[in-house]
Write a protein that binds this ligand. Structure first.
Ligand code: SF4
Ligand code: SF4
Length: 452
């Protein structure tokens, strides 16, 4: 047994000694309760233990040996969406993000899961962070959809009764087309006109397979604005999924691979167009802080990571923009939690969209509340996620906007699922797709965007 393994062996039923939630951070909570109303799990479940304050009490009690780390307590950590809304709200600056992150790694190490939960998690952790494995599934999934089996499965509702988590996976599966099999972005794409920057681009896992037009649009917008784009093909997952679910070793291995992929590319910035991935990529310094070989490389890598909207708003658009429709186009921009709360990016996407001639933005009620996607939360906790998704879609539709803009593939899948379940059709696009259309002069037909 290695020293590290000995260190994290837990013989009690509390946290083990390897990075439990820091008592000094726990002690900054003054229990005022301001965070409760902005917490999506508290809004749905309505119990103190499923609020940020309740979870902090629980961490404190486990740290002090007054409560066990057991199924009854971990269920309250599992119900947290990790949306970080409480971090934004807290007037005392409590670093709940750090607290829940340490707790999740403790839970995964020390709390055995039930057999069905364990099987589901094994499937998720062995599939989603590996784009090549996911790619292998594209053909069977395409057949599943086109043969009508999916329609049959959804129509009977049987899967939801028997295997609700698998039904939740099916319910967010986007419609595959022959285009889903096309993935041919070159390794280097030259800048158009005068080269201003050389940037790396991260493809994401779900994004590259199910939203490849978003990646293509992102590359076109960057090159049209004077960026040479470098796309190392050795890149895999960003590690967001294992990191958010407390899979320490897997997250570290994947982060090292990502750093190695970009080694020697000499880029000015590393660009990501998915909110959840961006937040984790910026955390590499923390994820690899105990690795003497990678700790400095990780910090250097993380310092270069920029969300594409953050980057473009900072360097300014140089490409000419044209209207997307021949009359005013109203857009509601959906804030992804890991952009809004995790990276404090809310102004930049709106600034960019407003630069498109004829675009007017509308704001939804509860715009800062999670849509329920939260990585794989909608697969692990489908009931809570469904309630949040349904509410989010209602709030977006109530704006009366012609189109929804969403910067995160998980949010897009969740919103599309709930639009479908409410029988509504409204076009949803990534802000990069809208900018790309505007740069290329592609027009949207306004009366085709919304269909009740
Ligand atoms: S986390 Fe912040 S807002 Fe919430 S109860 Fe503690 S101090 Fe108050
Ligand atoms: S991260 Fe989100 S779900 Fe979790 S406690 Fe904070 S506000 Fe609630």
């Amino acid at each position: 047994m290695s020293n590290q393994e000995q260190l994290i062996t837990n013989n009690s039923n509390g946290f083990d000694p390897h990075k439990p939630p820091q008592q000094s951070l726990i002690d900054t909570c003054v229990h005022c309760g301001f965070c409760l109303s902005t917490c999506p799990s508290y809004r749905v479940i309505g119990k103190e233990m499923d609020s940020p304050r309740g979870r902090i009490y629980l961490m404190d009690a486990i740290n002090r040996g007054e409560a066990p780390l057991a199924e009854a307590t971990t269920q309250h950590f599992d119900s947290c969406l990790g949306c970080l809304a409480c971090v934004t709200t807290c007037p005392s600056g409590v670093q709940y993000d750090k607290l829940i992150s340490s707790t999740r790694h403790q839970v995964e190490r020390n709390q055995p899961r039930s057999l069905p939960d364990s099987l589901l998690r094994t499937l998720i952790f062995n599939l989603f962070p590996y784009p090549e494995r996911l790619r292998f599934l594209l053909a069977p999934l395409y057949l599943y959809q086109k043969s009508g089996i999916q329609k049959l499965v959804r129509g009977t509702g049987l899967l939801k009764q028997v295997l609700p988590n698998l039904a939740a996976m099916d319910s967010v599966l986007p419609e595959l087309t022959l285009n889903s099999f096309r993935h041919n972005l070159p390794d280097v794409i030259p800048a158009q006109g005068k080269k201003r920057y050389r940037v790396g681009m991260i493809l994401g896992c779900v994004q590259r397979l199910f939203f490849s037009p978003v990646n293509e649009a992102t590359a076109r917008v960057l090159t049209a604005n004077g960026c040479e784009v470098v796309i190392p093909k050795t890149q895999g997952c960003c590690a967001a999924l294992p990191e958010h679910q407390g899979q320490t070793k897997q997250a570290q291995t994947i982060a090292r691979q990502m750093i190695d992929s970009f080694a020697g590319t000499d880029v000015d910035a590393i660009i990501i167009n998915a909110a959840g991935c961006g937040h984790t990529l910026k955390e590499y310094g923390h994820i690899l802080e105990d690795d003497p070989e990678y700790q400095d490389k990780a910090k250097e890598f993380a310092a270069k990571v920029k969300d594409v909207q953050e980057f473009l708003a900072a360097v300014g658009l140089t490409a000419q923009l044209s209207p997307l429709t021949d009359e005013e186009l109203t857009i509601v921009y959906q804030d992804a939690c890991h952009l809004l709360h995790g990276q404090k990016i809310s102004v930049q996407p709106r600034q960019l969209l407003r630069q498109i001639p004829g675009v007017k933005l509308r704001e939804a009620i509860d715009a800062a509340l999670c849509c329920g996607s939260a990585g794989v939360y909608n697969l692990l906790q489908p009931k809570i996620a469904d309630e949040l998704g349904q509410q989010k879609v209602e709030n977006l539709l109530n704006t009366g906007a012609d189109l929804i803009a969403s910067s995160n593939p998980g949010c897009s899948l969740q919103i599309k699922k709930h639009l479908r379940s409410q029988g509504k059709e409204i076009t949803l696009m990534h802000p990069m797709e809208l900018l790309d259309y505007s740069i290329r002069g592609v027009e949207l037909v306004k009366h085709n965007l919304v269909n009740d």
